[in-house]
Design a protein around this ligand. Sequence first.
Ligand code: F6R
Length: 568
Amino acid sequence: MCGIFGYIGKLDADSFLIEGLKNLEYRGYDSAGVAIVDNGKINVVKRAGKVSELKSELLKNKLAGTLGIAHTRWATHGLPTELNAHPHTDIDKKVTLVHNGIIENYLELKKEYNLKVISEADTEVIAALLAKINGKDNLEKLKKTCELLKGSYALAVIFSNEPNIIYLAKKESPLMVGESQDKILISSDANAFRKYCKNFYILKNNEFAKISDKKIEFFNKNKKINKQTNKFLNTFNFQNKNKYLMQDEILQTPDAIRETAQFFENFKDIKNYFKNIDKIYLVACGTAYHSCLFGKKYLDFLNVPIFAEIASEFKYSKPLITKNTLCIFVSQSGETADTISCVKKCKCKTLAITNVPNSSITFACKKTILMKAGWERAVASTKAYSCQLLIFYLLKCLLKEEKPKTKTLVSDAKKYLKTLNIKALALKALSYEKIMFIGRQGDYITAKESALKLKEISYINCIACPSGELKHGTLALVDEKTLVILISTQKSLKVKNDLTKKEIEARGGTCLIASPEEGADIKFPSLSRDLMPIISILPFQALACEVSILKGYNPDKPRNLSKSVTVE
Ligand code: F6R
């Protein structure tokens, strides 16, 4: 949610900043802005709308200067207007800054310090406070201001009396600094500058940086500190071929599966961490929560109680945690605030499953298993979901001391995706008012994930229901305007599922069967029960994407959602 980018170098900053913002657009895209320093003068340009709006403006009216900060916003406080967009300045333009995160006490601060602001954004209060606070130098002012802030922040700040320096501050919101021979880049996601830098620094909570074109200095609250650089992990070169990232990311699933399975070899020691556990909590949000529901099924042979919990609910519950409890947190981005906030309440064994090395969740948890799904930028999670299920399956095999039966999984997935043609189904889906996904057992979880995908990017009213539960109420919704997709991957449940189909058709609804059986309306490949869910989601991810495109939407950037939800 919201992206920060910064550049100090020898060339004009504008094109680097726009490129950085484009890479970060998955974190928010309702408004964007830059501040670029030209001969000591800080020029700010902001636009409501996507980064492309800002880019057009900068092409028309170029901003010169080799130092700049930039931001792509996802509105939390105030509408997505130009006024509320970042960078924000104080009324006297002494301070210009961009901010990710939320300041919970901004209204109190505004009142207490009698701050003059013109926008609705919490961020403007930080700029106003920073301009007002006393200190021997700008670093001290920044430290003093941060002490007054409640909430989360990653800040990049330029002071008008020191326009050749970018100051940084960080608490609970990611911020990294990348370094190459002739430039320094700042970002809330290191992937955004990966192309230019081999090494990068990660700011920890309550750390600060002072960056000029000559040096990078780091500080904690009390003193200057030395920090180690981090190297990017080698990643497979995932290809982008289609118009939309989501189309590419679905097609990248087989490669993501292969990379993740190979990389899992590095995490085999995790077996010891499962010794003597008394119960497991699996905690996550959205799609990652659905993978936890499968995680519970994969791990149920352990014969300890296992609970799959939605993070934003778990936070307010009273889990029965002992020192032998294992809490597993699943997060593609590793930055989801709801999930990370739960780690803090788990004083027990904690394990992160994430796609992003050095993400906040990896620092919060005692152990980590990394997936290697590659950078996932479309808002709707796809290939990462299949990899999360794969990790749970590989964990099962590891703990049971069984050899994973994944030999042909990658080629099966590739073959399946090549033959998958979802267009006719997408066109059919468009002619219905309501869509339901139903299934039993694991298929019900796939139904839940399919319904989430379809509603989030095509805005169709769509629900999931366990097949057997339909007759206990939800069947009332079924009429001739309803399309029901019944997911049926287990032979033993076929008879029951056929009855459900009849119930639906008797109410005028259309029921399509998705199964590995010949003649199925949506055909899956034949796979074992453990591997099926990793693949059976693919047609429904593709369906959601196709319906979204047919409706004229951009599936990568759905309304009201952003990837990496860094606010609770
Ligand atoms: C849905 C989707 C979201 C995320 C959720 C958690 O397609 O992407 O539901 O799964 O916001 O995100 P992570 O996995 O990054 O914690």
